[in-house]
Write a protein that binds this ligand. Structure first.
Ligand code: PEP
Length: 251
């Protein structure tokens, strides 16, 4: 039985004061010693240390939204794994569609980041998903297969167990259009079958595959009820304590 994982991607939202407010509401609204799922929040870099301090003693874990694969040096504007770990991060979002489409991140770059994160002890939440035109052209599975193949290139069986996969159809991110539970389940099942082909039955049955794309407190239950959906990656609805808590409770 896979434990569900709910992660909040705050994106470029919440300054220090807003971070303090949101975390304080989350901490008071959740039974933190008795969560029946894993909860991760991914604030912007500038809020990570504060979030880490405020989350001490709670079961909520901390993730970053990005990192670079080099250890240090002349990479202006970038953040290393060691820096993220020093402020308490255990997870990092990699391959998010906004990184791919707005910032031009390639499968190769994402693969380098995944390898660096794992080898340095940070767990990647590896995001994949098709564009609307790709779904409409009937090539969703080809896209997913390609992103998985190149994103997980040279990742061994020992390493893959540290990876969470997040299936996020790009047309559903921030649009209010969620994939139907059946549409999402179909792709999740396909992803699990690809993991099975590459890493075998046991790893494929244990790997966490989250769904992301306009998940909210109303649609969460039905999505999370699907056999191959092991949690959710949540953008907009993670910015309000009430809706994030309701989604966590839906598990
Ligand atoms: C996301 O950014 O990963 C996401 C799923 O956003 P939203 O929930 O707002 O669609």
């Amino acid at each position: 039985m896979r434990r569900k994982v709910i992660a909040g991607n705050w994106k470029m939202n919440n300054d220090l004061k807003e971070t303090q407010n949101l975390i304080s509401k989350l901490s008071s609204g959740l039974p933190l010693d008795n969560l029946n799922c894993d909860v991760i929040v991914c604030p912007p870099f500038t809020s990570l240390f504060e979030a880490h301090t405020l989350l001490k003693g709670t079961k909520i874990k901390l993730g970053a939204q990005n990192m670079y694969y080099e250890s240090s040096g002349a990479f202006t504007g970038e953040i290393s794994v060691a820096m993220l770990k020093s402020v308490g991060c255990e997870y990092v979002l990699l391959g998010h569609s906004e990184r791919r489409t707005i910032f031009g991140e390639t499968d190769e770059l994402i693969n380098n980041k995944i390898k660096k994160a794992i080898s340095s002890g940070l767990k990647p939440i590896f995001c994949i998903g098709e564009l609307l035109e790709e779904r409409e052209a009937g090539i969703t599975e080809n896209i997913i297969e390609k992103q998985l193949k190149f994103g997980l290139k040279n990742i061994s069986s020992e390493e893959i167990v540290n990876v969470i996969i997040a299936y996020e159809p790009v047309w559903a991110i921030g649009t209010g259009k969620t994939a139907s539970p059946e549409q999402a389940e179909e792709v999740h099942k396909f992803i699990r079958s690809l993991i099975n082909e590459k890493y075998g039955e046991s790893i494929s049955q244990n790997i966490i595959i989250q769904y992301g794309g306009s998940v909210n407190s109303k649609n969460a239950k039905e999505l999370l009820f699907q056999k191959n959906i092991d949690g959710a990656l949540i953008g907009g609805a993670s910015l309000k304590a009430d809706s994030f808590i309701e989604i966590i409770q839906a598990t």
